[in-house]
Design a protein around this ligand. Structure first.
Ligand SMILES: N[C@@H](CCC(=O)N[C@@H](CS)C(=O)NCC(=O)O)C(=O)O
Length: 222
């Protein structure tokens, strides 16, 4: 049994999708950001960084893993799924996983902060993160022109890490026009039952876009 500490966000969805794909049994613990639960001592004991996602593997001496990329690697190694054993293919998956963790996630995260949540609208900051997001989308589009999935011909944890972010491109204000290969990949993954289940695990909290923006605004400006 895996205990999953999460919230309805792209980084959290990476892990619910992976757990669904791998057929692992898991319990969902949703952290309430409006009550700052992710920064309370009980959760900081699990993830000192005070962010979701994190897991505890009850079948491996209560081993704790935080950072979504590290969790994906841990689960892939535990199950032998979604990460090839061949060293070169494995390296290719890790390269695209790192590309997501250091590029797509942080750039789109900052695009969301400055475009949606930050009280002052700073055009240079919005432009910088949206342009960098678009550039990364173009890199993926080129890769997907000659490969079915990000790391080659196999669906892997690199796709799982990236899909929950690319699917919210509109919210981040990143233009998808003229990227047919990235669009094809986005649509193909949307048909996978594990992706469909993963992006509603946990389900979104009922609130208007305006309320959500206000709540996150509080988090990003404190
Ligand atoms: N690099 C981390 C990023 C985690 C992250 O930023 N999580 C966000 C939700 S997507 C969070 O917990 N935010 C709450 C906060 O910043 O207090 C990972 O990939 O696990």
């Amino acid at each position: 049994m895996i205990d999953l500490y999460t919230a309805a966000t792209p980084n959290g969805f990476k892990i619910s999708i992976a757990l669904e794909e791998m057929g692992l049994e898991y319990r969902v613990h949703r952290l309430d950001f409006s009550n700052n639960e992710q920064k309370q001592p009980e959760f900081l004991a699990i993830n000192p960084n005070g962010r979701i996602p994190a897991i505890i593997d009850r079948d491996n001496d209560d081993f704790v893993v935080f950072e979504s990329g590290a969790i994906l690697l841990y689960l892939a190694e535990k199950t032998g799924k979604l990460l090839p054993a061949d060293p070169k293919k494995r390296s290719q998956v890790i390269q695209w996983l790192m590309f997501q963790m250091s590029g797509v996630g942080p750039m789109m995260g900052q695009a969301n902060v400055f475009y949606r949540y930050f009280p002052e609208k700073i055009p240079a900051a919005i432009d910088r993160y949206q342009k960098e997001g678009r550039r990364l989308f173009e890199v993926m589009n080129t890769q997907l022109a000659t490969h079915r999935y990000l790391a080659g011909e196999e669906y892997t944890i690199a796709d799982i890490a990236t899909w929950p972010w690319v699917r919210i491109h509109e919210w981040s204000g990143i233009n998808m026009a003229g990227l047919p290969h990235l669009q094809r990949w986005l649509d193909e993954l949307a048909l996978r039952p594990a992706c469909q289940k993963g992006i509603v695990t946990p389900p979104p909290v009922e609130m208007s876009d305006e309320e959500r923006a206000k709540q996150i605004q509080k988090m990003v400006t404190k």
